[in-house]
Design a binder for this molecule. Sequence first.
Ligand code: CP
Length: 289
Amino acid sequence: MNILKLSALSKKEINDIIDLAEEFKNGKKVNYNHEKTIANLFFEPSTRTHYSFDMAALKLGCNTINFDGSNSSLKKGETLYDTIKTFEMFGVDALVIRATENEYYNSLINNINIPIINAGDGTGNHPSQSLLDLMTIREEFGKFEGLKIAIVGDVKHSRVAHSNIEIMKRLGMEVYISGPEEFREDGYDFKNLDDIISDMDIIMLLRIQRERDAKLEKLTNEEYHNLYGLNSERVNKMKASAIIMHPAPFNRNIEIADDVVECSKSRIFKQIQNGVYIRMALINKVLNK
Ligand code: CP
C-alpha cells in the first residue's frame, strides 16, 4: 500500500495511525531485525521529515539508504522515475519520497511495485506532517471535534496547510485562515488574526516558502512580523488552554518572535518529537500490507 495523501484515508484509518504512534511513544517494540530496508529519496531539502523517517526506520530495526540528489546521476540528466525505479531494483522494501512536483506520485504508482510514502509533494500534500500535527493536537485536547485552529501565513504555497485544512475540517475542527493578500487562495475566507486570536484553541504559523517564489510584494519582514507574526503581545491574548504550532523550519522574528518559539504554549518541538512515532507507524503500516 502507498500513503500519498490523507484525503485517501478514512477518519478511522487516521485515528488508528495516531493510536499506533502513541503505542510506539509509550514503548511498543517492533523489530524487523534488518530484514527490511527503507530508502529515503529526498529530491528537495529536508531536515525533520528526512531524518525522522530515518530515525523511525532505525527504531523499527530496518536498514536505511539515504539518497543524496546533489551527488547522484540526477546531475547527468537521470529522471525522477528512473532514479526511483533504480532503488526498487536494488531490492528495497519501501520508498519515502519528497519531490517538487505536485502529485509526482501519479506518474510512478503504476510502475513501482513497492510501497511509497509521500514525504511532501510541491505545494500539494504533506501527510506525515499532518498526522504528527493531529497527534500533537489529540494529545493536548483529547479530541478534534469543535476545536478552533487559525492557520496563519503563506497558505498558498504550503502543502502542510493544504493537507491540514482538508483533514482538520473532516475531523470536525473549525479552521480559520489568516495572512497577507500575496498568500491568499480562492476558496478560503481570510480573517484578521487580531480579530480571532482570543477565540482560538490552536495558532499554527507557516513559513514564507521563498523556495517556491513566495515573496512579500508590499511588506518588509518587519512589517510582516508586526501584522501577522506571533509575538508575546499576541500570545497574551490567547486562551489559557491554547497552544502554538509550527511545522518548522521557522524563521525567528518573521512569522514567530524569538521569545515565543519555546514559550509555555509552544508545542513546536513536541511536534518534531511526535514525527518520529508517526513515521514509525507509517513505515510499519506499509510493511505489513
Ligand atoms: N516540517 C518539515 O517538513 O520540515 P523539513 O522540510 O525540514 O522536513
